[in-house]
Design a protein around this ligand. Structure first.
Ligand SMILES: NC(=O)c1ccc[n+]([C@@H]2O[C@H](COP(=O)([O-])OP(=O)(O)OC[C@H]3O[C@@H](n4cnc5c(N)ncnc54)[C@H](O)[C@@H]3O)[C@@H](O)[C@H]2O)c1
Length: 321
């Protein structure tokens, strides 16, 4: 298979939160999906979940013009790992975030998958070199880390180990693009990849502001939700800089770096997120949203995300037209 050869058959190994969500994304793009999970009841739950989500996606015009039934017809449950892998040229592993499990599962995948299959892991934080080093096919192993749920959030991080072949990275990138994703390709592996490092920097500062008594939890959320994130939903920090000074990104740095320089020295002290500050954070959040409403609010979040994605797609079509 060449880098140009489209992926038509995929396998999903582990069908929990992330595995079932990838299945929607791949099948929506027209690929066949075989689900396998070591707990058989999980795949039944996954199919029921997928059926419900496909209806919501269709209502928001997020199925590329396909019907829920036609997308669902591409997804089937395999009764063994070998059966799931038989035709797959792209395998997405979604087992629990435990190093020993990843090592075991990747060993099995490398032994049983087709020679031309990419083996991708959804791991949130394990470096690919930690669970692929001793595999014969380590060159075809790579991390493809989604943001949950991948059928609504296009970005996915492609993270190569030192021995991942450039062809594997390129084929994974092409497949993701063909499935409507927006891959970020790391040049080499690093703890936290890209997005968790960016998010971690923001969360650490949010906790520090609350811990030091400068702001409420809700005011910080307003600053992002009704402030910075309005732009961030369609452009990143570098483009924001580039457009915020008449002469572009260098002009911005010359004008404003001084403001930030003084801050970074104040941002070095670590905050224990689950220490004393959590008492305040939790009390504020629970006053705004009682525990019994958490699940209902998660449904609301996913509906808002769908509406935002539909809006962004509409805007992108308008720009092209
Ligand atoms: N949940 C998230 O928001 C999120 C986001 C990005 C990445 N991830 C990553 O995705 C991976 C899966 O996370 P999740 O949230 O879907 O977990 P989950 O607990 O919902 O699902 C894990 C599934 O793996 C199955 N499983 C366990 N051992 C297995 C094995 N040996 N072979 C086959 N199946 C096995 C379990 O039965 C379960 O269905 C983790 O590496 C996680 O870090 C999760």
């Amino acid at each position: 298979m060449t880098a140009d050869h489209p992926v038509t058959d995929t396998a999903i190994i582990g069908s929990g939160f992330i595995g079932r969500a990838w299945a929607i994304s791949f099948a929506r793009a027209g690929a066949r999906v075989r689900l396998w999970d070591q707990a058989a009841d999980q795949t039944a739950g996954a199919l029921a979940y997928i059926g419900g989500v496909l209806e919501d996606l269709a209502r928001n015009d997020l199925l590329n013009g396909k019907t829920p039934k036609s997308v669902l017809s591409l997804i089937s449950v395999a009764s063994s790992m070998a059966e799931a892998l038989a035709e797959a040229t792209y395998v997405q592993e979604n087992t629990p975030e435990v190093l020993a499990t990843k090592i075991k599962v990747f060993e099995a995948l490398d032994g049983a998958a087709r020679a031309d299959a990419i083996l991708a892991s959804s791991t949130s934080a394990l470096l690919p070199s930690r669970f692929t080093e001793n595999l014969k096919g380590r060159g075809r192993c790579v991390v493809v880390h989604p943001i949950n749920p991948p059928y609504l959030i296009p970005a996915a991080e492609i993270v190569p180990s030192p021995w991942t072949s450039p062809e594997t990275v390129e084929r994974a990138r092409r497949f993701l693009v063909s499935a409507g994703h927006a891959p970020l390709v790391m040049k080499r592996e690093l703890d936290g990849f890209i997005m968790n490092r960016m998010q971690g920097a923001l969360l650490e500062e949010a906790f520090r502001l609350v811990a030091d008594g400068y702001a409420s939890v809700e005011d910080i959320d307003i600053g992002i939700r009704d402030g910075l994130a309005l732009r961030w939903s369609f452009m990143g920090p570098f483009e924001t800089m580039d457009l915020n000074a008449p002469g572009g990104v260098r002009d911005y740095a010359q004008r404003y770096q001084g403001i930030y320089e003084n801050l970074f020295a104040q941002m070095q002290r670590r905050v224990d997120w689950s220490g004393e500050v959590m008492g305040r954070v939790e009390a504020e959040r629970r006053a705004l949203l009682p525990t019994e409403h958490l699940q209902q609010r998660q449904v609301w979040r996913d509906k808002r995300l769908m509406a935002l994605l539909a809006h962004k797609r509409g805007q992108a079509k308008g720009e092209l037209g």
